[in-house]
Structure formats: C-alpha cells, structure tokens
Design a protein around this ligand. Structure first.
Ligand SMILES: [Fe+2]
Length: 132
C-alpha cells in the first residue's frame, strides 16, 4: 500500500521514485521491494544542515536546505528540494545541480506548507511553515 508523495528507493540500483497516485501494490525494482524513505525532522546531529527552513517573503516563500546551507559537492549533496501545500494539491520540486545553492523560491499565497530535501548520504528531511 502506497500513499501519495511517498518516496521510495531501490537499494540495488539506486532508483528513487515518488508516488503520484496511491494504490495497494508493492513497489518493486531489481526484483526487490523498494524501501520507503521516511522524512526526518528530529535528528539533532544533522538538523542544522538538512531540515528545510521556510521563510516568507514578498512574493511567496524561500526554502533553504538547512539553517546553515548544506554542502553541494559530488560526494555529498542535496538531490532535490520540494515544497508541498498542506492538502498535497500543489507541489513544486527543484532538482539541484552541484553548482546550485540548496534552496528555491516559490510564489504562493498559502498560509502553511511543508518542504523536504533529499541528501544523497543522510536521507530525507522535512520542515514546516505555519502562519497561524
Ligand atoms: Fe547531508
């Protein structure tokens, strides 16, 4: 059973997929069940550089990966950053290159949203913004 927007990884070949429409089937790659990548938000040793920090600005929001920006090297980098409305109807994903800063801007007028970022070594981290 999958849920919309879950992210799974194949531990054999490294494929990473996101669920766009949920169903009862198990996701399989390379003849093995894919692993659900759970979002972390409370790993004290890694938080500073991984949990997305969402800041409101005049156009919408800025999502920065980490209070201290995460490194962007070939060996250790953020693969993507993604912002999601609370009702999961709207999603914006920025796939990062090594020469990008690990952040993105989005135009939005919502009052709450969450964001997540995938580090190639440390996994998936989630941060939230609630105006009220
Ligand atoms: Fe990392």
């Amino acid at each position: 059973m999958t849920e919309k927007l879950q992210i799974y990884r194949c531990n054999v070949c490294g494929n990473v997929v996101e669920v766009l429409s949920e169903s009862y089937g198990e996701l399989v790659c390379c003849n093995e069940a894919m692993e659900l990548i759970k979002e972390k938000n409370d790993d004290e040793n890694l938080n500073e550089k991984h949990v997305p920090v969402i800041t409101k600005n005049i156009d919408g929001y800025n999502v920065a990966v980490g209070a201290v920006l995460h490194p962007m090297t070939n060996e250790h980098h953020i693969c993507f950053v993604q912002a999601v409305s609370q009702d999961k109807k709207y999603v914006k994903t920025k796939f990062l290159s090594l020469d990008d800063e690990p952040e993105m801007n989005l135009k939005a007028k919502c009052t709450s949203l969450w964001a997540r970022a995938l580090c190639n070594i440390h996994g998936l981290f989630k941060g939230e913004y609630n105006e009220f």
